[in-house]
Design a protein. Structure first.
Length: 267
């Protein structure tokens, strides 16, 4: 927390569902969109006449240090796309046939940006509000679908089964819409395993005090830190039931058991 860093060791398995043979893949590293004053994100922030990003220190803006990408234990050649430093081009050591899957292993360091730029990142009090903080595969559907972060919260990635093994200081409380499958703690650190099936996004919060409340409906748990303006518990339940009914009637059943709604989304 003090260094504002996350050390990540990651495995990605991705299936080629097309009829094309792939010798090159692309990865989304949206945390690195904060790395310089000339990224597409930086340009968009400047277009909104905000100067706090351009005046910030490098360590406050955040970046990713990508140490290695390996396939079957062998180092892969990779590079960041010119003018899109949050997209990584990777050359596989063996072409990926239609219907086959690649497995790659990554090691990298994430310098967390200050949350004042987009709402996500690390706060001045040392709390973490994370989204798009780890590397994800870009979609290939006959052509590569990748684009840079412009603070539109619109990352397009394939649905995936996620498992996160997270270690963090024991005085923090973790909130996520993923399911906790395992949790251990000592006087210094907590270790939590989060899992989720068919996910294309997830948010993770580490707070010193619990700021999230859960309201349970028949079919869904709403987890939220949105200011409810003093609503009584019964009123919250009734409002939640109305929202759930509206969602299910108009969009169909929500595929997961929990829905995380935050003040960042509300603003």
């Amino acid at each position: 927390i003090k260094k504002k860093q996350i050390k990540i060791s990651q495995t990605i398995e991705y299936q080629n569902t097309t009829q094309d043979k792939l010798d090159t893949i692309y990865l989304n590293d949206w945390n690195n969109s904060f790395s310089t004053k000339t990224t597409p994100l930086a340009i968009r922030i400047a277009e909104e006449y905000k100067n706090d990003f351009h005046l910030a220190k490098n360590e406050d803006r955040g970046f990713t240090v990508l140490a290695s990408i390996k396939q079957n234990g062998e180092d892969l050649i990779f590079e960041r796309i010119k003018n899109q430093t949050d997209i990584v081009k990777v050359i596989l050591n063996k072409p990926l046939e239609p219907g086959s899957s690649y497995i790659i292993n990554l090691k990298y360091l994430v310098q967390i940006p200050n949350d004042k730029f987009t709402g996500y990142g690390i706060t001045d009090t040392g709390e973490l509000q994370l989204r798009y903080w780890y590397i994800t595969p870009a979609v290939y559907d006959g052509e590569w679908q990748y684009y840079s972060n412009k603070d539109l919260n619109d990352l397009f990635i394939p649905k995936s089964d996620i498992k996160l093994d997270i270690e963090f200081p024991s005085n923090y409380i973790l909130t996520s819409d993923l399911d906790i499958s395992k949790s251990t703690q000592n006087t210094k650190n907590k270790k939590v395993t989060l899992i989720g099936k068919d996910r294309n996004t997830n948010k993770l919060f580490l707070n010193k005090f619990n700021k999230f409340n859960t309201v349970q409906s028949d079919n869904l748990s709403f987890i939220s830190d949105i200011n409810d303006e003093g609503l009584e518990v019964l009123e919250k339940v009734l409002v939640t039931e109305k929202i759930t009914t509206f969602i299910f009637d108009n969009f169909g059943d929500y595929p997961h058991e929990k829905l995380l709604l935050t003040q960042i989304d509300y603003i």
